[in-house]
Design a protein around this ligand. Structure first.
Ligand SMILES: Nc1ncnc2c1ncn2[C@@H]1O[C@H](COP(=O)(O)OP(=O)(O)OP(=O)(O)O)[C@@H](O)[C@H]1O
Ligand SMILES: O=C(O)C[C@@H](O)[C@H](O)C(=O)CO
Length: 330
């Protein structure tokens, strides 16, 4: 078996609800970003949603990306920690049903991780994450045998927010480098850059072959402001950079070239997982013979489709014909 991508991440089951801006303000969580919370806080929030309907879906940044790659027809493996509980069973079943190779023991010493996602009318998502046993992903959970069979490993920056997940991320990178497997890295969230800027820069200047970040993250990494200058500065140190610009599209940097990728105009409903699906499009493309420009174009269309629906998983996956058509359009 060979894989396009082997990813590790925090396995989280998303519980999504559409709520008003007033309620987010009342709840006093920072809008638009991820906050780590305990289970009691999640329950309190869920109980205060005035009966808003909730939906459930296996999530987590890396999981969303491998699921997206599988949706395109790519081959992927994923390692993460779930508990030996109903949510853990749901997560594994959901991932496997998409064709994601996931062979992880279910931990009996804690609950599966969950993320309450509050979606406001402006399509913004505010995430309250209870990591549960996902936070115990450790170097022993990383499979050297599977990594050896992959073109890329994909690491989410969220793993740096604790131990042993940070060690698992660094070990995964180390195994990849030793085996000549390329490393893709997403910085995940600006709060991580404030804590780990120097470590992230070392990775970007070192083993990372493909960096994903949004504009706010690129600004925090470079201390520059102009999008193209940010992208160029990152590309000085990293072979490939995919920097997203929300509805305005993205910039891909490859071979010293600035490749602007147009955004796709859609009616935005929920931006959850936009960056994850964008990464899926790029990773699927570059591991399946598309050019960087074609990969960015595919990613842009896939991410736009995600924001035009609820949740981080495509309700209407692309057909093979659509993938080929989108890749061939540029
Ligand atoms: N409103 C939108 N309309 C169309 N496409 C969008 C919109 N918002 C995001 N996208 C697409 O998704 C990509 C990623 O979006 P963004 O730059 O917001 O990343 P992000 O901050 O990592 O996203 P998130 O963390 O919400 O998943 C963009 O490059 C674009 O292709
Ligand atoms: O960042 C997002 O918009 C969504 C995911 O990255 C997130 O990790 C998630 O799905 C939470 O479980």
């Amino acid at each position: 078996m060979s894989y396009d991508v082997y990813a590790i991440g925090n396995a989280l089951t998303d519980i999504q609800a559409r709520i008003s801006d007033d309620l987010v303000t009342e709840l006093r969580f920072a809008k638009g970003i991820m906050t780590l919370v305990d289970e009691e806080t999640q329950i309190r929030v869920l109980n205060s949603l005035d009966g808003a309907e909730t939906t459930r879906c296996a999530g987590g940044s890396g999981a969303n990306t491998v699921a997206g790659i599988a949706d395109f027809g790519g081959k992927v493996a994923y390692a993460a920690k779930v508990g030996d509980d109903e949510i853990g069973d749901f997560f594994l079943q959901d991932m496997r049903s998409l064709g994601v190779e996931i062979e992880v023991p279910q931990a009996s010493d804690g609950q599966s991780g969950t993320c309450v996602i509050l979606i406001t009318p402006d399509a913004e998502r505010t995430m309250l994450t209870h990591l549960g046993v996902s936070a115990s992903l450790s170097p022993e959970d990383v499979s050297e045998e599977e990594i050896k069979q992959a073109d890329y490993v994909y690491i989410e920056g969220y793993l740096f927010s604790g131990e042993p997940t940070k060690s698992a991320a660094l070990h995964c990178i180390d195994v990849a480098v030793r085996n000549g497997v390329k490393v893709a890295f997403t910085v995940s969230d600006p709060f991580l850059i404030h804590q780990f800027r120097d470590e992230f820069l070392k990775l970007i200047e070192g083993p990372v072959d493909l960096l994903f970040c949004n504009l706010e993250e690129a600004r925090a990494l470079t201390t520059l402001n102009d999008p193209i200058e940010c992208a160029q500065e990152l590309h000085q140190h990293c072979s490939n950079v995919a920097m997203t610009l929300g509805a305005n599209g993205s910039i891909v940097m490859h071979g010293g070239e600035v490749i602007p990728i147009e955004g796709v105009s859609v009616d935005a409903i929920d931006t959850t997982g936009a960056g994850d699906m964008y990464a899926a499009g790029v990773l699927y493309g570059v591991t399946n013979g598309l050019t960087w420009k074609q990969s960015g174009h595919l990613a842009s269309h896939a991410a736009a489709r995600i924001v035009s629906q609820m949740g981080a998983r495509l309700k209407k996956p692309f057909t093979e014909a659509e993938v080929n058509e989108l890749a061939g359009m540029v």
